[in-house]
Design a binder for this molecule. Sequence first.
Ligand SMILES: [Zn+2]
Length: 162
Amino acid sequence: MRDFPTLKLDDLQSDYPGVFEGAKYVDVGIGWLPLIQAFVEEALAHDPALVVHEIKEKWGTMRIWCDTPVLRARLAKGKAEFKSGMTCEVCGAPGHIRRPPPDRMAWWRTLCDEHASPDQRSWGTRPQGPMYGYMQTRDGQWYRYDETTDSMMPSEPPAQWR
Ligand SMILES: [Zn+2]
């Protein structure tokens, strides 16, 4: 359950004709709209045939299911998914992945200080694990988010994979 506004699939379908035509649903907060817009625009520039099937939140971050064999479009997807973990799902301000109450594991959320409840603030945030910012493409190459260029850059594998 969400107590904040979520994106409307209809709006994305009219903003990006074709891309969201067959999408089942888009179920994330409006704070992530700029990430989705940046992803679609960057990916479309490299793959005009881009098709998005589904966008949802899992364990506090955004997951995008899409069809594209084009590397740069897949990197744009990875970047949007990674950045959702530092972007408040409610308002788009800088945020952190907030721990859920001990018995509500579905309640991981990325929220700014303002939109986190006092409880969520007291539970703390998720520590950055060894895979933080990394993604691997189908050919086995690793990429890591680079803040200076705001892009996924080719990288050595995470330490545990070397
Ligand atoms: Zn917020």
